[in-house]
Design a protein around this ligand. Structure first.
Ligand SMILES: C[S@@+](CC[C@H](N)C(=O)[O-])C[C@H]1O[C@@H](n2cnc3c(N)ncnc32)[C@H](O)[C@@H]1O
Length: 368
């Protein structure tokens, strides 16, 4: 069984049209995912339209050093996108994307930027230069940080998240009561203890700087409301888009690396589509005499069959789910996805825009 969010014919796959065309757009849930440089894509977004931005920019810490991961010594390098270009160029980059974010924020909108000491001071300074209103700096405390292998520093156990409003005149959203409730009836402090992403959050792939869902949940609940537009210019594994979807915010997220766009699409697909398959067999000679035995819970039954079994029937079916009409608009039995797509294209439903294709496979084995 597999699920694809894909439209092989989509213009979004044309590199020349990538800036204006998202690689994924779900109009029902208002999610847009873009692949490309965030500076170019932000420039194409209208001014004053975003309620909340979460940005987790490159930390510029990939300097060939070492760190500890899962008890092993590993390189700190995250990827070319994280390599330092020198303090001046790094600061210029921070200023440029912060200015682009400031332009698209609504007058009362806010931005949250996470980072380590490598960049967070440059981010804070750039915000002051650009006239943002600094609201808080959150210390995100990681309960189980990796040990410091050199034993010449304290273990790095925190990241800073700066929260700022678009301008000094902004009257920002803060869901004070909800935060107080979440803090057990006391005012919530600016020190947040939140564990690293859970195993399940990494089941479709690992991003080296993936943020926990719980962190983004806290941020979106604190400073946005249902229906608000949330933007992430450095989405990585798509954590912000996933949380926005769950909390019924609209989301727009950008990354320039296809590897991370793919990971985000896989995570988003699993939020949007759930396939459950049940096989039930009623055996006339046994079940019909007594009462029907529903064997739908026996998914692993074939593996347990002690007698040798013969495959007597195999069928692959493809279900095409519409983008606008959120229904199965077409279904067909076919030996491959390509074949199913060809049949779809020659069907009366070929004009429908497709958000996903679900494949189901049925195999019936009979004991010999
Ligand atoms: C620190 S990671 C973000 C991780 C993310 N918060 C998560 O939860 O997975 C930064 C991401 O920014 C992307 N990136 C770097 N420079 C970029 C640029 N100029 N435009 C768009 N994306 C960029 C990288 O590919 C990387 O995935």
């Amino acid at each position: 069984m597999e699920t694809n969010i894909a439209n092989p014919k989509s213009e979004a796959l044309d590199p020349k049209s990538q800036i204006l065309n998202p690689v994924f757009h779900d109009p029902k849930h208002h999610i847009k995912i873009y692949q490309g440089d965030c500076l170019e894509i932000l420039a194409a977004i209208p001014a004053d339209c975003v309620d909340l931005i979460f940005a987790d920019p490159p930390y510029f810490l990939s300097n060939d050093g070492i760190t500890c991961h899962a008890g092993r010594m590993v390189s700190v390098n995250k990827g070319e996108w994280d390599r330092s270009r020198g303090p001046d160029a790094n600061h210029e980059f921070n200023r440029a994307w912060l200015a682009a974010c400031q332009r698209v924020l609504k007058p009362h909108g806010t931005i949250w930027v996470s980072g380590t000491a490598h960049i967070i001071h440059s981010v804070g300074f750039a915000m002051q230069q650009l006239g943002f209103k600094l609201l808080n700096d959150i210390s995100w405390v990681k309960p189980n940080p990796p040990p410091n292998l050199s034993c010449r520093y304290f273990t790095h156990a925190t990241e800073t998240i700066i929260w700022a409003a678009k301008s000094r005149k902004s009257r920002h959203t803060f869901n004070y009561k909800l935060m107080k409730e979440l803090a057990g009836g006391k005012q919530m402090k600016s020190v947040w203890q939140i564990p690293a992403p859970e195993r399940d959050e990494k089941r479709f792939g690992k991003h080296p700087t993936q943020k926990p869902v719980k962190l983004l949940e806290r941020i979106l609940l604190a400073a946005s409301n249902e229906g608000d537009l949330v933007l992430d210019p450095f989405m990585g594994s798509g954590t912000t888009a996933i949380v926005a979807l769950r909390l019924r915010r609209m989301a727009l997220a950008i990354d320039r690396e296809s590897q991370w766009v793919q990971l985000t699409l896989t995570r988003v697909a699993r939020e949007l589509i759930c396939v459950t398959m049940t096989g039930v067999s009623f055996q006339s000679s046994l079940d019909l005499r007594t009462s029907f035995v529903d064997r739908s819970g026996e998914q692993a039954h074939r593996k347990q069959m002690t007698l040798s079994a013969r495959l007597v029937h195999r069928e692959c079916k493809y279900f095409f789910v519409g983008t606008d009409e959120r229904e199965v608009v077409y279904s067909v039995a076919a030996p491959s996805l390509e074949e199913a797509w060809k049949l779809f294209e020659s069907s009366p439903k070929s004009g429908c825009s497709i958000i996903s294709i679900i494949k189901t496979e049925t195999e019936i084995y009979l004991a010999q």
